[in-house]
Write a protein that binds this ligand. Structure first.
Ligand SMILES: *[C@@H]1O[C@H](CO)[C@@H](O)[C@H](O)[C@H]1NC(C)=O
Ligand SMILES: *[C@@H]1O[C@H](CO)[C@@H](O)[C@H](O)[C@H]1NC(C)=O
Ligand SMILES: *[C@@H]1O[C@H](CO)[C@@H](O)[C@H](O)[C@H]1NC(C)=O
Ligand SMILES: *[C@@H]1O[C@H](CO)[C@@H](O)[C@H](O)[C@H]1NC(C)=O
Ligand SMILES: *[C@@H]1O[C@H](CO)[C@@H](O)[C@H](O)[C@H]1NC(C)=O
Ligand SMILES: *[C@@H]1O[C@H](CO)[C@@H](O)[C@H](O)[C@H]1NC(C)=O
Ligand SMILES: *[C@@H]1O[C@H](CO)[C@@H](O)[C@H](O)[C@H]1NC(C)=O
Ligand SMILES: *[C@@H]1O[C@H](CO)[C@@H](O)[C@H](O)[C@H]1NC(C)=O
Ligand SMILES: *[C@@H]1O[C@H](CO)[C@@H](O)[C@H](O)[C@H]1NC(C)=O
Ligand SMILES: *[C@@H]1O[C@H](CO)[C@@H](O)[C@H](O)[C@H]1NC(C)=O
Length: 561
């Protein structure tokens, strides 16, 4: 038996190793509205980062600090958000309109955030002014620390695969369609891009995406849906995929012929090049659309074997019927958390399970459309979020919200009898378990995301949710992820543990829904001002809205003089 002294020594060394592992990553991003890059044969502006579309990979390890100095060379205010990065105790860096003043044209601002206690595949994107429709997105990997084993053999290589719908119009033109009822609800994207490239053999494509593989080797594909509106089904001709990870959780391994990916979601799959030396189609076909009428919306790339002797051929691999919700639901329910796998922390994932938790709060959020003052809007419980020029987080910090928002003024368990605008900020009880039931009254797919936390995805159901629906929940091994789909005419239930104080955006990931009001904020607050509970504002805090002249009261930043 080892002596207590030896054990202490070993623990100390481990602690030192873990500490030495957390490094600082410094990135300079020049963000431009680029008119020379052409994803498709159209003259349209594309948001590039250091000339790249998609933007550069952020390659971090658990607990690293990432500094991103963003130079806004565009003609409009800009913010980036880090989809799925939890920003522990630090909603100051979240980069949405409720937490940050925008980075003005011709200026720069540095985000500093930590990938605290996280692993997995994520992506970033510009969060305001409909910019996401013009690009500006890119992959984020958070890789395991060396001391924690990854629950599958090391792949030969990894590929980031950002897939999303795209429009031929400029984002400003598409954005202007959002202001009239006749156009907003009906606008559809035109084409599907894979890593910024159009479908193979499409007359509009300039290039197509291709991955080189060696026969016999296994690869990890980190697939994200970076689009604005469409869910897709992804598959590779003659190949199966093993699902291993979703937005920061290792899943039980399941072997799939195809995988549904909804807007804002990320997955890792393993693909073994176990076929003849040839080229194979990679396909992403939209859900809820008849693809024979919308063939450009089928993304097509190539899996190229290094000694391939033939080009791709034959029909595209068949996927499920795009209208078959049952297929998608069954697959969604089969995605389970691997309770024994380690991830970001030394304990196995299952240590943090929900099998026996007491709920502190329930939100029941119904999504639909409404017309307000003759404008097209999306509503949650008949409230359409009204975006302020003063970030809620600043108002919270300086004046306890006063004059900017009124906490809990809009219902989270019932629907207003009249639709209205509202600055909806709701209390989330610190360290309480929150149950959220998302109901989708629309005839389109939706997906929801909460910044700051992971969702434990406990249930999906068609039709109405009632308290009896809880008996169908999977409380044993629900997967934890940051974005969850809600099927048309259906509900999705999640739990979240609100251990992360801050001002957190709860939103539809569909760009149009979000832009037109389908969002709210959850304020998780603890009266203890101990900064170990929530970080003070950063020194480079930007001021705007009612605080643009001078911030009230004593403030910790350099502007106090
Ligand atoms: C990401 O970072 C890890 C650790 O520093 C390194 O081993 C790996 O090669 C990097 N990957 C890429 C694609 O840069
Ligand atoms: C702007 O960039 C410069 C370096 O070019 C840096 O020193 C400065 O801190 C940045 N400003 C902000 C607000 O991040
Ligand atoms: C992929 O393979 C093709 C031909 O086999 C080769 O021309 C190309 O350079 C390779 N690309 C990469 C990124 O290795
Ligand atoms: C799709 O449309 C084609 C013709 O446009 C039709 O033949 C086919 O039945 C439709 N498929 C579905 C699933 O609706
Ligand atoms: C879960 O992860 C462990 C590694 O910790 C692995 O051995 C096991 O096969 C995984 N289980 C499933 C069902 O994938
Ligand atoms: C869930 O966590 C509790 C408390 O840590 C533990 O007793 C239980 O075994 C866990 N359940 C599973 C399925 O791992
Ligand atoms: C589970 O909950 C019950 C009461 O609801 C409680 O008595 C029990 O101690 C809990 N078990 C764990 C492992 O937390
Ligand atoms: C801040 O506002 C909330 C209500 O929004 C109130 O309950 C609380 O007492 C206020 N705190 C202070 C310090 O004024
Ligand atoms: C939502 O508001 C609209 C009018 O603005 C009303 O017709 C509708 O009945 C409301 N929805 C519910 C469920 O009350
Ligand atoms: C809802 O709108 C109707 C028609 O404008 C109005 O008569 C009614 O008083 C409103 N109800 C509420 C609760 O505001």
């Amino acid at each position: 038996m080892a002596s207590a002294g030896l054990i202490k020594c070993a623990i100390l060394i481990l602690a030192l190793v873990a500490r030495a592992n957390a490094i600082h990553i410094y990135l300079d991003w020049n963000v431009n509205l680029d008119t020379t890059i052409q994803p498709v044969s159209m003259d349209q502006p594309v948001i590039t980062i250091n000339g790249m579309f998609p933007g550069p990979l952020i390659n971090a390890t658990t607990n690293d600090f990432v500094h991103v100095n963003v130079f806004n060379n565009m003609d409009e205010p800009l913010l980036f958000t880090w989809n799925g990065i939890e920003q522990r105790l630090n909603s100051w860096q979240d980069g949405v309109s409720g937490t940050n003043c925008p980075i003005l044209p011709g200026t720069n601002w540095t985000y500093v955030f930590q990938t605290k206690d996280q692993i997995g595949s994520f992506f970033y994107f510009p969060s305001i002014n409909f910019h996401k429709a013009a690009g500006g997105f890119g992959p984020i990997r958070v890789i395991n620390r060396n001391v924690i084993a990854v629950p599958f053999p090391k792949p030969e290589a990894e590929f980031d695969l950002l897939i999303g719908d795209w429009s031929y119009d400029s984002y400003k033109a598409t954005r202007s369609l959002m202001s009239t009822i006749e156009t907003a609800y009906y606008v559809l994207p035109d084409i599907m891009l894979m890593n910024g490239k159009g479908p193979l053999d499409n007359p509009m494509s300039i290039d197509f995406e291709s991955f080189n593989v060696t026969q016999g080797k296994t690869y990890r594909l980190r697939i994200s849906n970076v689009g604005t509106a469409l869910s897709f089904n992804f598959r590779i001709q003659n190949h199966q995929m093993v699902l291993v990870e979703t937005e920061g959780s290792y899943t039980n391994h399941i072997t799939l012929d195809s995988l549904d990916v909804h807007v804002g979601q990320s997955y890792s799959v393993l693909v073994t090049a176990n076929q003849n030396e040839a080229d194979y189609y990679m396909v992403a076909s939209p859900k809820m659309l008849n693809t024979s009428d919308f063939s450009s919306l089928v993304g097509i790339g190539v899996l190229h074997y290094s000694n391939s002797v033939s080009t791709v051929g034959g029909p595209l691999p068949d996927g499920p019927d795009p209208f078959d919700l049952d297929f998608s639901l069954v697959q969604a329910r089969s995605i389970r958390w691997n309770l024994t796998a380690g991830a970001a922390r030394p304990n196995p994932q299952g240590t943090f399970n929900v099998s026996n938790v007491t709920l502190s709060q329930t939100f029941i959020l119904e999504s639909s459309v409404a017309q307000l003052q003759n404008l097209p809007r999306y509503v949650v419980n008949n409230v359409s979020y009204y975006t302020l020029t003063t970030p809620l987080k600043l108002a919270d910090h300086f004046v306890n919200g006063s004059g900017v928002y009124q906490l809990d003024s809009f219902p989270v368990k019932s629907v207003n009898t009249n639709a209205s605008y509202g600055v909806s900020v709701v209390t989330g009880i610190h360290k309480g378990w929150l149950e959220i039931v998302f109901k989708n009254n629309l005839d389109a797919m939706d997906s929801w995301h909460l910044d700051g936390f992971g969702f434990y995805v406990v249930g999906f159901g068609i039709g109405d949710w009632t308290t009896e629906s809880r008996s169908t929940y999977n409380l044993y091994d629900p997967v934890v992820r940051s974005t969850v789909q809600v099927y048309p005419g259906a509900w999705t239930a999640v739990y979240a543990f609100l251990d992360n104080p801050g001002m957190w955006n709860l939103r539809s990931q569909l760009l149009k829904h979000w832009y037109l009001g389908q969002e709210l904020y959850v304020r998780v607050h603890d009266d203890d001002p101990n900064p170990a509970k929530e970080r003070p504002p950063p020194e480079n805090l930007l001021l705007c809205g009612i605080f643009s002249e001078s911030p009230p009261g004593p403030a910790p930043g350099p502007w106090t003089g």
